[in-house]
Design a protein around this ligand. Sequence first.
Ligand SMILES: NC(=O)c1ccc[n+]([C@@H]2O[C@H](COP(=O)([O-])OP(=O)(O)OC[C@H]3O[C@@H](n4cnc5c(N)ncnc54)[C@H](OP(=O)(O)O)[C@@H]3O)[C@@H](O)[C@H]2O)c1
Length: 363
Amino acid sequence: MYNSQPTLIGRSRFSMKTYNLFFIGFGTIGRALAHLLQEKQSILQAGYAASFQLTGVATRRHGCAWNPAGLDMDGILRMADADGRIGKRSYEEAGLETLLKDSQADILVEITPTDRENGEPAASHIRTALRGGRHAVTANKGPVAYAYRELRDLARQADRRFLFEAAVMDGTPVFSLQRETLPAAGIIGFRAILNSTTNYLLTRMEKGMDFEEAVAAAQAVGIAETDPLADVEGWDAVLKVAALVNVMMDFPLAPAAITRQGIGMLDPAAVRRARAEDRPFKLVCRAVRTPNGVAGSVRPEQLSTDDPLASVSGTGTMLCIETDSLPGLIIGGTAPSPKTTAYGLLADLLAIVRAGPSQRSPF
Ligand SMILES: NC(=O)c1ccc[n+]([C@@H]2O[C@H](COP(=O)([O-])OP(=O)(O)OC[C@H]3O[C@@H](n4cnc5c(N)ncnc54)[C@H](OP(=O)(O)O)[C@@H]3O)[C@@H](O)[C@H]2O)c1
């Protein structure tokens, strides 16, 4: 399926590979990735001898389109920006398996909304891709939280990759940090701020807003959903903890087994007082190995100001990992956006390119 043709770049002649991408979902992140692929096209060709072409797109209400010779990315972006139909056929009618085949897709990019109950239908989309011999990359934490082991094993059997760098911390290299830079490290646990919306709300409340005003401010800058419940009540953070534990600690922790308490019950006056006393509230995510496996929790905690997590303000995120050899490893991000999430997906696409024909993964 890869189109391979000799290309002259600089003075050396080598083989350029074109990878066919199928996007399931073409909303905020789909569009951001399409723009990023266009922006990075010359770097990808020069640095990786790779190019990506969109050969299929499927949406829920805006139809689907495919062409194994490549779709017109600008045309698809124009249609999506105008909220128009991408194609006449509905995706349910066509069926994903057939669409992947007809579009000659090499890689499924799964970017449909997250389902917090069971990770579907995203997990099934990825299953279909892997069973059909395609790689799958996703920004959707649902499949990683609910079906990681099964999808990882399917990928191994098919000699394909299942990658999800964008699913936690919006493109900050978390999973690749472990995969590429922590050989043989045993991860004992982690503490983290993983939900930027609640951190933003807490920061606004500390500055004097009540809860409703803080939510309205978060919605105005585009970081809170119309229904912010998934963030406020800690569901988003729970799925991210499950995803991190499943992958980094190699333990199948179900989201339902994670203790969850959101920030909805916090009194804004208490939040302000806590900051004034240098003991600010944060929605802290934790995981730790126990004799029975791994215990996880998400709950508001008051932190001392010398705790690195206390320094995370606004939409920032931070992950403090305790490994047996590096007890205080910290990684974070300060400005999440659709582009940073798209970058996580691009990093996964390039991990597939770099691995070459054999895609055996340590995960
Ligand atoms: N937005 C962010 O900043 C961000 C950050 C990190 C991770 N993520 C994750 O990235 C994923 C995509 O987010 P987004 O913000 O791009 O979502 P979005 O703007 O709501 O777009 C979702 C897309 O998926 C399509 N879709 C919905 N259900 C579908 C189904 N059953 N089958 C096929 N297509 C379906 C929608 O089609 P219609 O438009 O036709 O309904 C739409 O094109 C989510 O899992 C999210 O959690 C997002």
